[in-house]
Ligand binder design. Structure first.
Ligand code: SF4
Length: 709
């Protein structure tokens, strides 16, 4: 952490290789670093971590962000695991993790490893360990890395709230030291790396008793193990703080970085991931919101995207996430400099929504609104509105409104020539707005100076665009004139290379100046010449917008595309249905963007519009076909807005890792499913043939069911 060192040493001796410009930025960027968890809040700068060696692979420090996945085959099935590992490696996996639930599985890693080497594949393997130190000690002699979960390596979780005295607590730490130290010694002897991988859902009773299932509890859970390893002078360590809730996960990683710097003055490499992210579009959005937010801040040395899909399908998503940063650090920042942050007016370790007053249905206590951009459609018809959630029934002359219906549409200069659904409002350019009669349905959007200069203003809502640090422009010029105008909704956007940081910097200014107008985050596709896939757009939107929403910043979102990008995507229309998305064939770009908008709001838990599925990616422990079962449960329950359903492959880890799900469907034996309400078992060992029906019955018994429309 360059400027941490600079501040600590009260000198810039470590910075001799930096340019004068970056040194200047660096000096300006020094703020109360107790608040900080990254090198810069105003530009992308990768956090330098300790270097870790995993076989021949170097990870951390200046090395590229590594991508990895985990097999889903039975570890005892050597050939199936080898074949699947090869598919992952050929897709680009730089590490392949394999579960080792027992000593036999751990021993079988030798055959898997040998077969892979024989076939010319030298990618490092990682043994995934839960509950079985014996298996870890075997695996550490065979593969290049072991992953231990500090929540269950020594402790058996009983879901009991136990009071621990200081003496009890210290005694438990001694017990961990006794059980964990042999593994460290083996790792040192064999040159094996280790991941201390905390999961939000599987914290030990000891940690729960003192910290609850909080980000701080997750951090302390890892730190207990890390301190023991450091005392043994073992440093070949990577850490992770996973949760199925991106908000919790982001805060835990930030706190971990800060805690490591505070305690050790250095940081171990970070493995990023959102657990049980699900499948298809939702899984990709959730992963990008969590992982992307941290990558934007320069955190993360390796990533895994946990999808309920074949593991090789995770790798392109990882690559899409990582490639956004390949040339970011070396980008020409001289024309795009963002003013430093001298006072961070919010707490980056907890979620708090920025306080605003309401303008119409935007801001205040309202959930963030969705604005759909229909401006590229030449003549908007009833059918176009269907792609943003409004279905017109000609016979009854009525509109059906879905849970994911946009609140506003932006139509540019176009005034729609048919009666609109009652709840839908339209944003147009000022010239068009002066032409419309119904000024309760149409609202103007101005550039900042345009709004200040015009007399033609809505007495209800005026959207005012403020560009954030494009081409070095002073973006603060009009803020005080817009401030607290009760009709103004500020729309922030940026084409800066560090677009998210630019918009976040504007929020910092709004907070520091006490500006309480609601704000819409306008996120455009990147302004580059490269053609992008639908997944790349999705990941871009989810990262840039999600990162702001997780900070409590945003009373609405509008995702846009340049005309060029829009046309490219239209030309490659079939991509929209690639990668396991569950779209119908008549999808339009507008539907893709609208669905992405609601997906981002759901993933950030700022607006719930659909059922949430927390489904594990499956592994060698899995007791049923997770992909098929998830699809089956989804098809029966996807109308249950706001209900969180976990679908977990095994009873060993499933209940712990399904975190805050309302209901759980967990494999408990071959052909057997155990159903949960929260963490409580309600139906044990149900025959899998009737288990989905039993789940529906459980939803009905708990008033969480409504009949589908
Ligand atoms: S919950 Fe799923 S991914 Fe986790 S150990 Fe069980 S089967 Fe494997």
């Amino acid at each position: 952490m360059v400027f941490l060192k600079a501040k600590c040493n009260n000198s810039f001796q470590n910075l001799s290789n930096l340019t004068t410009l970056s040194l200047l930025v660096l000096q300006m960027d020094v703020l109360d670093f107790m608040q900080l968890y990254c090198e810069s809040l105003t530009e992308y700068r990768r956090l330098k971590t300790k270097e870790v060696k995993i076989g021949d692979l170097l990870l951390g420090n200046v090395h590229p962000i590594r991508v990895q996945t985990m097999t889903t085959t039975d570890t005892m099935d050597t050939m199936a695991t080898v074949e699947q590992s090869i598919r992952c490696i050929e897709a680009g996996a730089e590490l392949v993790r394999i579960t080792a639930p027992s000593k036999n599985d751990a021993e079988n890693l030798l055959y898997i490893r040998n077969e892979l080497r024989k076939r010319g594949y030298h990618t490092p393997l990682v043994a995934d360990i839960h509950f079985t130190p014996n298996a870890a000690e075997i695996a550490a002699r065979i593969v290049e890395k072991v992953r231990v979960n500090p929540g269950n390596y020594v402790d058996k979780k009983k879901f009991e709230l136990i009071e621990y005295t200081d003496a009890d607590y210290a005694e438990e730490i001694d017990r961990i030291r006794d059980r964990f130290t042999p593994l460290i010694k083996i790792c040192k002897e064999y040159g094996t790396a280790m991941r201390i991988g905390t999961n939000h859902g599987s914290l030990s009773d000891r940690i729960m008793s003192r910290y609850g299932d909080t980000p701080m509890g997750m951090v302390e859970s890892a730190m207990e193990f890390l301190r023991i390893a450091r005392n043994e002078s073992y440093h070949n360590i990577v850490l992770s703080m996973k949760s199925s809730n991106p908000q919790i996960m982001v805060h835990a990683y930030r706190l971990l970085v800060k805690t490591m710097f505070d305690e050790f003055g250095e940081c171990y490499p970070l493995h990023l991931g959102v657990t049980e992210a699900g499948d298809g579009e939702d899984g990709r959005i959730k992963s990008a919101v969590g992982i992307g937010t941290l990558l934007e801040d320069g955190l993360g040395d390796t990533i895994r995207v946990s999808l309920t899909e074949d593991p090789e399908l995770e790798i392109p998503v990882c690559k899409d996430l990582v490639k956004r940063y390949v040339s970011r650090e070396t980008a020409d920042v001289s024309r795009e400099i963002i003013p430093s942050v001298n006072n961070l007016p919010y707490d980056p370790f907890t979620y708090q929504r920025r306080e605003t007053f309401e303008v119409g249905n935007i801001g205040g206590k309202h959930v963030p609104v969705v604005i759909a951009d229909l401006s590229k459609i030449e003549k908007i018809s009833h059918t176009h509105l269907q792609s943003v959630g409004y279905t017109y029934d000609k016979t009854s002359d009525k509109w059906n409104i879905s849970d994911a219906a946009a609140d506003y549409v932006f139509t540019g200069n176009q005034v729609v020539d048919f009666a609109l659904p009652g709840t839908l409002k339209v944003i147009v350019y000022p010239e068009a707005w002066t032409r419309v009669k119904d000024k309760t349905k149409y609202f103007p959007i101005y550039q900042d100076s345009g709004y200040i200069e015009t007399n033609a203003k809505s007495d209800q809502i005026n959207f005012v665009m403020v560009d954030c640090f494009n081409d070095g422009a002073d973006s603060f010029t009009y803020l005080d004139q817009l401030a607290n105008d009760p009709t103004v909704v500020i729309c922030l956007s940026s084409m800066n290379k560090n677009a998210m940081q630019s918009v976040r910097r504007m929020y910092v200014e709004l907070l520091n100046r006490g500006v309480k107008n609601p704000v819409i985050n306008i996120t455009d596709s990147p302004d580059n010449n490269r053609e992008q896939t639908a997944d790349e757009h999705l990941i871009h939107f989810a990262t840039e917008t999600g990162a702001l929403l997780l900070e409590g910043m945003g009373d609405g979102i509008c995702l846009g595309m340049t005309k060029k990008k829009y046309d490219q995507l239209v030309a490659n229309y079939e991509q929209l249905n690639a990668s396991g998305r569950n779209y119908t064939n008549n999808l339009t770009i507008e539907q893709f963007i609208n669905s992405t908008s609601f997906g981002i709001l759901q993933a950030t838990r700022t607006r719930i519009s659909k059922t949430e599925y927390i489904s594990c990616p499956s592994c060698g422990r899995t007791l049923f076909d997770l992909q098929e079962t998830t699809a089956k449960i989804r098809s029966r329950t996807n109308h249950l807005k706001g209900v969180k359903i976990a679908i977990m492959g095994c009873i060993v880890n499933g209940p712990g890792e399904m975190a805050d799900a309302d209901f759980g469907y967990v494999g408990s034996g071959p052909g057997k499913i155990t159903l949960y309400k929260g963490k409580e078992i309600v139906k044990r060992n149900v025959n899998s043939e009737v288990a989905v029906d039993e789940l529906i019955n459980l939803l009905k018994e708990n008033e969480s069911w409504i009949e589908p429309a």
